[in-house]
Design a protein around this ligand. Structure first.
Ligand SMILES: [Cu+2]
Length: 124
């Protein structure tokens, strides 16, 4: 039993090392994700789901189509956020995704956060 556990640990560490090797090129490449905020002056993103892979350097291009209010794009899990993007403006941010899972993004303008959200799914 103990031997099996050790073998499992060894296999897992090998997997982790191999993972590092394949995605270890610095600078990194990844998808550019287009996100529209405030379409029809709604407190919403389009789309509300985004996808990336572990190791990607993701670019998010946020376009604010709202005519009355600023919006932002905030991902606390990856310490990434735009400044307040004014109506009709846009901003691109990039950040590296180093873990798999579902991660929420939201707008941090007061009153928006509760309903203005989306999910980035990062696959291994
Ligand atoms: Cu907003």
């Amino acid at each position: 039993m103990k031997k099996m556990a050790l073998a499992l640990v060894a296999a897992l560490s090998l997997g982790v090392l191999a993972g590092c090797g394949s995605s270890g090129t610095a600078g990194g490449t990844g998808p550019t994700l287009e996100v529209v905020a405030g379409e029809n002056n709604a407190m919403a993103y389009n789309p509300t789901t985004l996808k990336a892979k572990v190791g990607d350097t993701v670019k998010v291009h946020l376009v604010n189509k709202d005519t009355t209010t600023a919006h932002t794009f905030v991902m606390t899990d990856f310490n990434a956020q735009t400044k307040q993007v004014q109506p009709g403006k846009d901003e691109t941010i990039s950040f590296k995704v180093d873990k798999a899972g579902d991660f929420k993004y939201h707008c941090n303008i007061p009153g928006h956060e509760a309903i203005m959200t989306g999910t980035l799914t990062v696959t291994p």
